[in-house]
Design a protein around this ligand. Structure first.
Ligand code: HEM
Length: 199
């Protein structure tokens, strides 16, 4: 029962937050983080490609990735697992590279930018490593690195859980955002470390 509820919550958060970037296409640009950006930046084509490329493909990676960890589903649908895996990897490649670029314009300055750049590097390296190892036939390392990759990706969910709490505690959005740029993913990687130790 607990297992079923955990799976439901895991899938629910991945899909709900995966769909969240769509809001940016339905409301005007005075929404979310874009409120904090200058008019010059908002008119910059490279920034817009980076921003929308990041949020759409990041959302897709988050939305498709969670099902891959369901062992019995994976065993029954190996071909589907490979197809979804390719979608995930390509999405991470594009979204991750875009994130490295847009991180330079992060709200909150250097502390936030460094947090997101570090996460972007971890996301790209662990996903790339997982791809390399599956090609080598090393399934154990593939599985381990995918757990780290998705733990980083799931930072998009944990960020949105931590942020309102941190705003409440600090009483200041910028301070909360600087903290969450690290808190959203470092604990996730620690959890991933303990999960991968059992494999
Ligand atoms: C795992 C690696 C990720 C990194 C390194 C990363 C990095 C970033 C950066 C640097 C920004 C801009 C922050 C700013 O301008 O202050 C951002 C914003 C955003 N990211 Fe990501 N991100 C990641 C994953 C994801 C995923 C998986 C999603 C899927 C939902 C996502 C959705 C968004 C959205 C919607 C925004 C706009 C801000 C908001 O409305 O919350 N990101 N991200």
């Amino acid at each position: 029962m607990v297992r079923k509820i955990s799976w439901f919550l895991f899938g629910f958060f991945a899909v709900a937050i995966g769909l969240y970037p769509l809001i940016y296409f339905f409301v005007d640009r005075t929404f979310g983080l874009l409120i904090h950006k200058s008019d010059t930046l908002l008119a910059n084509t490279a920034y817009n490609i980076g921003f929308y490329g990041h949020i759409v493909l990041g959302g897709l990676a988050l939305m498709v990735g969670w099902i891959q960890f369901h062992t019995s589903w994976r065993q029954r649908h190996l071909k589907r697992h490979r197809q979804i895996g390719m979608i995930y990897m390509i999405s991470v490649l594009i979204s991750g590279l875009c994130s490295l670029y847009i991180a330079h314009f992060s709200t909150g300055g250097m502390i936030t930018a460094l947090g997101f750049i570090s996460l972007g590097v971890v996301w790209l390296l662990t996903t790339g490593g997982a791809f390399y190892f599956v090609r080598q036939g090393n399934i154990r390392m593939h599985e381990k690195l995918m757990i780290y990759s998705y733990a980083g990706c799931f930072g998009a969910v944990t960020l949105r859980i931590w942020l309102p709490i941190l705003i409440g505690v600090t009483g200041d959005f910028i301070t909360a955002y600087q903290i969450v740029a690290w808190l959203a993913w470092v604990p996730n990687l620690i959890v991933a470390y303990f999960i991968t130790r059992r494999i």
